[in-house]
Design a protein around this ligand. Sequence first.
Ligand code: TLP
Length: 354
Amino acid sequence: MSHRQTVIDLRSDTVTRPTPGMRAAMATADVGDDVFGEDPTVRRLEERVAELLGKEAALFVPSGTMSNQICIKAHTQPGDELICDVNSHIYNYEAGGPAVLSGVMCRTIEGDCGVFDVADLEGLIRPENDHLVRTRLVCLENTHNRGGGKIFPLEKIRAIASWAHRHGLLVHLDGARLWNASIATGVPLRDWAEHCDSVSVCFSKGLGAPVGSALAGTKDFVKRARKIRKLFGGGMRQAGVLAAAALYALEHHFHRLAEDHHHAQMLAQAVRNSPHLLLHPSVIETNILYADVEPGWSTAPDFARALAQHGVLVLPVSPQRFRMVTHLDVSHAQVEQAAEILEQTARTLALRAA
Ligand code: TLP
């Protein structure tokens, strides 16, 4: 039996395997050397992404991390500062990329599950002074990973971007899961992107491609980004086999994200029904949910181990908190099953503890 049949893997939406249709698209992709700009499938993907995001150009890159870091480097000089939410992926999960790769400092804001307002930014721009760094960039994340898949409301992005631009700052959007925000709200991708100088999107999360992200912006920005991609070692040759998976994902797996959101609601309800577990945040907007295990009762790693014994994988992210993410490779029936196992495991442990 394959891993997929036996295990319900809710650790991340990055765990999906390419479907037979996607593999067929990859196998038959027309390819060329993309470092020479000669891969027709990569070009087609870049044009499609630019069009979807309403930008002049886009660039295919190996990962979301590289995409964010290329954008940061393209927007800044060493000694600059960027402003981001304290729980952002850029600040927490990219191995110190801004400091290591761009010589850029991060100034963090305590957002509400990753979402903040212009008022939170007021006063954070450093004045011109020999002692100080130059404030250069604001980074947003939509949906917000550590914020439990929270959507950054469009009006807030609009207000933040207009404030940033008025003060000579640039705005980067980490839209690894912008697809989910768009499906959940009905707001087209380009409406979010319009306010941002650069946007990064991932094909390897909810869309189910095995590899790949893209960044988008003006032609000039993407030209500079292409050079930085080379510098970072991200120039790929016959990458059309990967771009074909991304194109397939855009065509076949974008609109089905609504299913994942529905599945996340089912799991959220199971958490609400479970003793000693608390949803954080309590409202689930897309495909990510976090649950807190009551301290003194159990821990997230122990609870995750108990679930794993029943074939459900979740991701502990701290001693008391674990994450579940719904995706293409968990069916409706498996979500029902996972919800039941979750409640049952919590009840059994609660009885034992009593
Ligand atoms: N997130 C991964 C882990 O790194 C935590 C996950 O399992 O959710 N931006 C956001 C908002 C992300 O959630 C991720 C991946 C990335 C960027 C980076 O993408 P990759 O993994 O392609 O470098």
